[in-house]
Design a protein around this ligand. Structure first.
Ligand SMILES: NC(=O)c1ccc[n+]([C@@H]2O[C@H](COP(=O)([O-])OP(=O)(O)OC[C@H]3O[C@@H](n4cnc5c(N)ncnc54)[C@H](O)[C@@H]3O)[C@@H](O)[C@H]2O)c1
Length: 433
């Protein structure tokens, strides 16, 4: 690996003035230094950089420095990443040697989600390619790699350090997300982690701290519902004011079945986390309190799983969100959402099933699972993420992952206390505006 000098100057871009996290507790290390980390001169003046940064008329630019092509921005972005782990204005040349538009992706965790994403990356063709995969289950990783013409990396760190891996997808078990995200940030590589970002608030705070110290975002959290056409229609309707002022949001999240080991806490941190994120996103608001109720349950319910659950979220604006979550609904995967406003309502989800029983599950008309129901959303999420590497498009950030976990953790408290629990995410640092 070679190292090349770049002309750098204090960040005057997006990371400048990122500010402290301010979510309560100690001031995060390095937060106040946001903006002092070395990055390249402004993106519209790339000629100051020596290494592979496009100049007017060079291949990969459209000849106008103010309207850089995705390739030029991608090159610039990777070069900026290269500066993150190094002092003294040097950058890894591999980060600068991106010759084409095809982004090299690595995937850690090749189970259900990871193998699905591997196929998706393979189908992106001209803008991304799967370089390497890693899974504790080597044979699983091997079969995914063979299917997608990728390599098997010996370890998670080997995958992250692979010079051809320019961005990483994490689809391993939930408790591994934060350590792998931190390793990607350390390596200066963009990362998309499956939801949730972390199971606990302190682990998520470590990611915010790392990004604030770096003065830039690296992390996208896989809240793919934001890319679902149906949720998109709801969001557009609410945003254009067609239903007036939002007052109440009703959500249903029913899953055919979960393993016997699945516990109520996971319903909150792994399942309801989707509704938490969609409520924050749809309402453009933060949640300030939560409560839950355990209704009568199905006889087959296991000890550690209260199923179904009724969750209530209160937004800062006063909008109330209710979520019925049923992990073992049996008949199919059924996700619904309705926003009631002062002038009308907008809704999504199945409506034409008068009688549904579990006898012959899965019922016709219902998707089998989330991979089927949200396939277009996953496709758009991954495609948008790859695009975002070049054009800085907004995605669900580490802040969104953190805020969702703050709410989920409050729900876990509510489960234990039986009371309404207050939620405080604190002020959002400018880095995440
Ligand atoms: N966005 C969504 O809608 C959605 C849906 C389902 C699951 N998920 C999330 O995706 C993640 C994976 O879920 P899944 O259903 O694919 O699970 P899975 O069990 O099918 O796959 C997880 C894989 O990760 C591997 N793994 C675990 N620890 C590892 C480590 N330290 N290093 C490398 N590999 C490791 C396991 O061997 C397994 O193959 C979970 O965090 C889950 O919450 C998201």
């Amino acid at each position: 690996m070679e190292w090349t000098h770049l002309t750098v100057k204090p960040d005057i871009g997006r990371g400048a003035g990122a500010g402290s996290r301010g979510s309560g507790g100690a001031d995060p290390s390095g937060a106040d230094s946001a903006g002092s980390g070395p990055t390249l001169t402004p993106p519209n003046r790339p000629q100051n950089a020596i290494c592979a940064l496009p100049v007017r008329g060079a291949p990969g630019t459209n000849g106008d420095q103010d309207e850089m092509t995705p390739h030029a921005l991608l090159t610039l972005r990777f070069a900026r990443h290269g500066t993150m782990s190094m002092a003294g204005g040097v950058v890894r040349t591999n980060a600068c040697e991106q010759e084409d538009d095809v982004v090299g992706i690595g995937i850690i965790g090749t189970g259900r989600q990871g193998s699905d994403h591997a196929q998706r990356i393979a189908s992106l063709g001209d803008k991304a390619r799967l370089v390497a995969v890693h899974d504790l289950d080597r044979s699983l990783a091997g079969s995914v790699a063979a299917r997608c013409q990728a390599r098997v990396a010996e370890s998670d760190q080997a995958l992250i350090d692979d010079p051809e891996v320019e961005a990483v997808i994490i689809a391993s078990n939930t408790e591994t997300h934060v350590p792998f995200v931190l390793a990607c940030i350390e390596a200066g590589k963009p990362v998309l982690t499956e939801k949730p970002l972390g199971i606990t608030v302190p682990t998520c705070e470590r990611v915010l701290d790392a990004e604030l110290a770096a003065g830039r975002r690296f992390t996208t959290v896989g809240f793919m519902r934001r890319y679902d056409p149906e949720y998109g229609r709801l969001k557009a309707t609410v945003d254009e004011g067609a239903i007036g002022t939002p007052l109440v949001m009703h959500c249903i999240h029913r899953n055919p079945s979960v393993p016997k080991t699945f516990a109520t806490r996971q319903t909150l941190t792994d399942t309801v986390i989707h509704e938490i994120d969609i409520a924050r996103w749809l309402l453009d608001d933060e949640i300030v309190s939560v409560a839950l109720e355990k209704p009568r349950h199905r006889p087959s319910v296991t000890h550690q799983l209260a199923d179904p659950l009724l969750v209530r979220l209160e937004a800062r604006s006063g909008v109330r969100v209710d979520v019925e979550v049923f992990a073992n609904a049996g008949y199919g995967y059924d996700v619904r959402c309705e926003v009631l406003g002062s002038e009308g309502y907008v809704a999504m989800g199945p409506r034409d099933h008068d009688l549904v029983t579990v006898e012959s599950a899965p019922q016709q008309g219902f998707p089998r699972d989330w991979l089927e129901r949200f396939r277009p959303a996953y496709d758009a999420e991954i495609s948008n993420w790859v695009d975002s590497l070049a054009n800085d498009r907004p995605t669900a950030s580490a802040w969104d992952g953190y805020a969702a976990t703050v709410v989920a953790e409050a729900l876990v408290r509510a489960l234990q206390t039986g009371h309404r629990e207050a939620v405080s995410v604190g002020p959002r640092p400018e880095l995440y505006d």
